[in-house]
Write a new protein. Structure first.
Length: 86
């Protein structure tokens, strides 16, 4: 079944009304810009390596990395997901 824009907007509005700010915080990753090119970022490359290693050893995000800079965290997670699911 195809989800159209009206249903998506209604679902977000309903979730925001019920869950308040928490619902928006959960939904935020789905609305972020996925066109960002992190390929030359060292944290992206680290995430890519660890994602590939976890895929090879059938592990689920075995190393939980947390970086001080939000941009580094985003780059790492982007690389990890790319390596894990590549």
């Amino acid at each position: 079944m195809r989800l159209n824009l009206r249903h998506a907007v209604a679902a977000v509005a309903l979730a925001a009304g019920i869950g308040g700010g928490a619902a928006l915080a959960v939904a935020a990753p789905f609305f972020q810009d996925h066109d960002q090119d992190y390929s030359k970022n060292s944290k992206y490359q680290q995430g890519m390596r660890e994602g590939q290693d976890d895929r090879a050893h059938n592990k689920d995000h075995s190393k939980k990395r947390h970086f001080k800079k939000d941009e580094d965290q985003k780059a790492y997670e982007s690389g990890y997901q790319k390596g894990r699911h590549a």
